[in-house]
Each structure stands twice: as structure tokens, then as C-alpha cells.
Design a protein around this ligand. Structure first.
Ligand code: MN
Length: 431
């Protein structure tokens, strides 16, 4: 399966191959943000293409591409996504493509564009679906009882905060919150001393499910539009003090970063793979049989200020224990509704592999957060130039990347990056 060539020069190493065609929201200069599709180093301006009559089936619906979010396009439904994808693949591969004559009106260089949050996200749920992550973290927080008795029976999750989801490139202030210092009995309000990243994938919901109805695993695939990379920033010292009994709150609510390009599920079909065997077998409503995991290579790099990048983690989404169909079936088993644009993230993706061969990482490098990579902040990782990290410092930039490749076909996610800014000033006290 070799990807067809385009008349546009697209590097074979590009994440944005002719087979990918991810959707995003871009703007150039002072122009209004609108819908685009990434191809190589370019963005296809879908509003311009539709206005010029290149997308005949969209003649009466050009405004769908003039929106500042993808929600209205997503609401057109899977047959519309698939027909657009076919039209675009023809326009960028056929020698006789009518796009060639108007390329200067329809193509924008990514380097000249600004990317925006692609979707209006109404609700955000973060799962905890990696067995390796749950076990490693459980050992640090509860050495006697790492994996809770429910973990292999249900996809554990918490309801996250949608308002603070930001697009790649948005800097993130070090949060402050209550922390219980070691040995103390009374907490203090302090900037976190344990700022972490979490490497995750996020699924964008593509179809509404009504309140009061369930979505079965067999139908759950119809409810997914596409996928993004997610950095679920986390403050471990705040989390440790606040998380029992209701789960994370301020340790997670200050920011979640996502990549700007939404990779359509249709582009990921060749990379679907079976997940790990589930033992004990889940209850019947959670059973799936099929290739519903993604064979997707993932990595995290750290760039401290002007210093070079260090790769901290390399792993693969295929290791995830619970798949998206199980997550959707579980999420809706109560009758809870899903809405177009909701974000369902996987939880930190850790693996069993050796990870990158950087010094100081040894066998920990397939773990998707610093909490695991540094064994709870007790064993620093070595970074380029001889520095060390337990948790993130101000000025550190975290960069996550993901791509799938198979038989000459490459589909990538680009990047999600974010730089750590110093903490905000503490709020004043009354009286
Ligand atoms: Mn998370």
C-alpha cells in the first residue's frame, strides 16, 4: 500500500501525506480563521476551494468551511466527511486537477499561518486506560495496593475541564494550589514543585448520542470523527493532596494542550491493531473483538529554553488496555449523552518497551509522564548538555509527536507543544 503521489511536492517523511488530510482551523495575518486541510508543508483553504467551485457537492454549503471551529463540518456526518476526503484526494493527486490553475488562491504555507483550537469542545473526559501507567503510578501513590480492584473491569476516568483546553503553542503558567509539604500536617498554597506532562491521544466525538440512550461497542465507531495528540498537564504535589476521595481537580484543570490537526479516523484504518488480551474478560457490554487499537508511534521531547531537545519517552498507542469503543460504551451506559466536539482522551500512554536510548532513562523511557520516568521525582532523567530533570522547570518546552507508518504509507499528527511560564502571583488574603 504505497501512498499515491501528489502533483504538490510532499516529502515522504511528512506527517501530512495525501492519505492523511487532517482538518484544522487556520488564519493568515488578520484574516478570519477558517477550515483547512494539511498537505505536506501546505494548508488547503477549503473555504477558498469551495468558493472557487472546486468542491461541487459543497456549493450550497460553503459557510461550513468559513467557521472558526470544525463542529459544523463534523455535524454533516460521516458520508459527507468521506465524500470530501475522496474529492480532496482527487484534487491533490490527479494530473488534470482544476486545483492546479488556482493553487495560489487555495494553498497557504503552514509556516505563514496561525493555528487555532480546531473544535469547540463542550465536554472533556480523561480516561486512565494504560495498564502500565496505572500500575506504575499506583505503586508510587499506594505501594501496597497499586491496581485498584475495579481497574480491569471498567475504563476508569474523570470528567475534565473543557474551558482550559488550548491549542499547541499556547504557553502554560505553572499552577499554584494546596500542597502538603513532606512531614507537615497543614497544607500551604504554593506554586507546584512537581509540574508534569501526560502523553495521551484524544478522540473527537463526531455524532450526538441523545440523553437517555446507550451506545453499544458495535456502534461506537460511528461516533468518532478523528484523533489529536493531548498533553494533559498535571501538578503531582497538588494531585497527591487533593485526589482522594473524588479524583483530580486543580492538579489538572489549569491547562490541557491539543495538537491543531484532527486526523480523520478514515486515515487511521490501515493502522488499526488488536489491543492486549483482557483478563478477566470484561462484562458483556464492554466486550469487543477486533482491531480497535492504533499502532501509533509516540514520543515526548523536552526543550529547555534555547538548549537542544532531549527525547524523554518513546512508546506506542497499541499498548492501551481499554479501546475507544469500550470507553464510549462505558461512558454512555448510564444514558449519558455525547455531543459533537466532545474530547475523550486515553489517559497517559506508557508502554513495555525500552524507550529511547538516552543516558539516564534506561528501561523507563516508554513511560508517558515524568512521575513514572523519575519514579515519583526521586530518580532524575538526564537531558542533553548534562542537565537533569525530575519535574518541569519554568522555560521548559514539552513537545509531543505521533505518527503511524506501514508499507510506505505515513500518517502523522504533527506536534503538540507548550512552554512553561512562571507561576501567577498569589491571590491576596481578606482581612
Ligand atoms: Mn491524564
Amino acid at each position: 500500500m504505497i501512498q499515491p503521489p501528489s502533483w504538490l511536492p510532499v516529502s515522504p517523511d511528512s506527517d501530512f501525506s495525501v492519505y492523511n488530510l487532517p482538518y484544522g482551523i487556520f488564519s493568515k495575518g488578520k484574516e478570519k480563521a477558517r477550515v483547512g486541510v494539511a498537505l505536506g508543508e501546505w494548508i488547503l483553504d477549503l473555504a477558498a476551494a469551495a468558493q472557487l467551485g472546486l468542491l461541487s457537492e459543497w456549493e450550497g454549503a460553503v459557510s461550513v468551511f468559513e467557521q472558526e471551529v470544525l463542529n459544523e463540518f463534523i455535524a454533516q456526518g460521516r458520508p459527507a466527511w468521506q465524500s470530501l476526503r475522496k474529492s480532496l484526494q482527487r484534487l491533490v493527486t490527479e494530473e488534470e486537477s482544476p486545483l492546479r490553475a488556482v493553487a495560489d488562491q487555495v494553498l497557504v504555507r503552514q509556516a505563514e499561518a496561525r493555528m487555532h483550537l480546531p473544535v469547540r469542545i463542550g465536554d472533556y473526559t480523561d480516561f486512565y486506560s494504560s495498564l502500565e501507567h496505572a500500575t506504575n503510578v499506583g505503586k508510587l501513590f499506594r505501594p501496597d495496593n497499586p491496581l485498584m480492584p475495579n481497574w480491569k473491569y471498567l475504563p476508569v476516568a474523570y470528567h475534565g475541564r473543557a474551558s482550559s483546553i488550548v491549542v499547541s503553542g499556547t504557553p502554560v503558567h505553572r499552577p499554584q494550589g494546596q500542597i502538603l509539604p513532606a512531614g507537615a500536617e497543614v497544607p500551604v498554597l504554593s506554586p507546584t514543585q512537581a509540574l508534569d506532562f501526560e502523553l495521551e491521544l484524544g478522540y473527537i466525538i463526531g455524532k450526538n448520542s441523545p440523553l437517555g440512550s446507550n451506545v453499544a461497542t458495535s456502534e461506537a465507531g460511528d461516533y468518532v470523527f478523528g484523533c489529536v495528540l493531548v498533553n494533559d498537564w498535571s501538578a503531582r504535589d497538588i494531585q497527591r493532596w487533593e485526589y482522594q476521595p473524588l479524583g483530580p481537580f486543580l492538579s489538572k484543570n489549569f491547562a490541557t494542550s491539543i495538537s491543531p490537526w484532527v486526523v480523520p479516523m478514515d486515515a487511521l484504518v490501515p493502522f488499526q491493531t488488536e489491543g492486549p488480551r483482557q483478563e478477566p474478560p470484561p462484562l458483556p457490554y464492554l466486550r469487543t473483538s477486533g482491531a480497535f487499537n492504533l499502532d501509533l508511534e509516540l514520543e515526548v521531547a523536552l526543550k529547555p529554553g534555547e538548549l537542544p531537545e532531549s527525547t524523554l519517552c518513546q512508546t506506542n498507542a497499541r499498548y492501551l488496555y481499554w479501546n475507544i469503543r469500550q470507553q464510549i460504551a462505558h461512558h454512555t451506559v448510564t444514558g449519558c449523552n455525547l455531543s459533537i466536539g466532545d474530547l475523550l482522551a486515553t489517559g497517559t500512554i506508557s508502554g513495555t518497551g525500552p524507550g529511547p536510548s538516552s543516558p539516564g532513562l534506561s528501561s523507563r523511557g516508554s513511560n508517558g509522564c515524568l512521575l513514572e520516568l523519575t519514579k515519583g521525582g526521586t530518580s532524575p532523567v538526564v537531558i542533553a548538555g548534562g542537565g537533569q530533570r525530575t519535574y518541569l522547570l519554568d522555560g521548559d518546552e514539552v513537545i509531543m509527536r505521533g505518527f503511524a507508518h506501514k508499507n510506505g504509507l505515513r500518517v502523522g499528527f504533527g506536534e503538540v507543544r507548550g512552554k512553561v511560564l512562571p507561576a501567577l502571583e498569589q491571590p491576596g488574603a481578606e482581612g
